[in-house]
Design a protein around this ligand. Structure first.
Ligand SMILES: Nc1ncnc2c1ncn2[C@@H]1O[C@H](COP(=O)(O)OP(=O)(O)OP(=O)(O)O)[C@@H](O)[C@H]1O
Ligand SMILES: [Mg+2]
Length: 259
């Protein structure tokens, strides 16, 4: 297992639980989707794996990355893992970038942190290549822009590129495709699958069971708890739990109904 989450319990400072008895694992080259309705606790789990929950949240349980206990690693070692080996695509790309620094400069700073020895042309070559794969055009203008002058879909793809720049072993994608139009979304999911074939693991978080269909396994969550987890085929075709059946029927209804 590349990542193992064991008996994770997360509590707010009020004592209220946000996630209860969460256990799952991700193997090298595997894509696992966490699916659940709004407020189920998906983002909080991503933040726990990234060590981003502050003092306002009490954490119990273990998070192992390549058998190392992430939560108790010294800061120096954690800094070598986060942003390089484990990267997060944040749910809200509108607030993830610094509004006062041009996009290109932000990429430069992020990449230099872990790859200080690469040349400027090498870095730019890699960035242009990634942005083209993600379907962005007019790249020079985008890199010279401030974040608030770009569209939500552009920012979301830039966020994805920022996470992929360092070729992480584990990519955590929290609702990474919601602001992207349907055509580009399909292409992006294919790209993510392609990266998995090359060995990258993906934790794909979504509230949409249809988007999760490309993953290898699906974990269904509701109200801070795992409802069921299994192979994608099993969850989509033979769900055991009523909540999963309800989610599936809601997706099918959405496809049929005209609002
Ligand atoms: N820092 C915090 N302080 C107080 N409550 C919090 C905090 N972080 C999360 N919560 C609460 O935890 C619950 C789960 O939130 P979370 O963002 O993990 O949901 P989610 O499954 O990602 O939902 P969505 O699909 O809408 O993104 C919510 O009720 C939320 O209000
Ligand atoms: Mg969320």
């Amino acid at each position: 297992m590349l990542l193992e989450v064991k008996d994770l319990n997360l509590f707010l400072s009020s004592g209220e639980p946000v996630a209860k008895n969460i256990s799952f694992g991700i193997e090298k080259g595997e894509m696992l989707s966490i699916v659940g309705s709004s407020g189920a606790g998906k983002t909080t789990i991503c933040k726990a794996v990234m060590g981003l929950l502050g003092n306002g949240c009490h954490t119990e349980g273990e998070i192992l990355y390549q058998r190392q206990k992430l939560l108790s690693l010294p800061d120096r070692e954690r800094c070598m893992i986060y942003g390089k080996e484990i990267c997060l695509i944040m749910q809200n790309p509108m607030t993830a970038f610094n509004p006062s620094i041009r996009i290109g400069r932000q990429f430069e700073k992020t990449y230099l942190l872990h790859h200080g020895k690469t040349s400027h042309s090498e870095r730019m070559g890699r960035l242009f290549n990634l942005l083209q794969i993600l379907g962005l055009e007019d790249i020079n203008r985008i890199l010279n822009s401030y974040p608030f002058t770009l569209s939500g879909g552009m920012l979301q793809r830039l966020m994805i590129a920022a996470a992929l720049m360092n070729q992480p072993s584990l990519l955590i994608a929290d609702e990474a495709t919601t602001a992207i139009d349907a055509c580009n979304r399909i292409g992006l999911m294919r790209e993510l699958k392609g990266f998995c074939k090359e060995g990258m693991s993906v934790l794909f978080v979504t509230h949409d069971l249809r988007s999760a269909s490309v993953s290898d396994r699906i974990l269904v969550m509701n109200d801070g708890q795992i409802i069921e987890q299994g192979a994608t085929e099993q969850i989509l075709n033979e769900p055991k739990e009523d909540y999963t059946k309800y989610l599936l029927s809601a997706c099918q209804m959405e496809r049929r109904e005209r609002i």
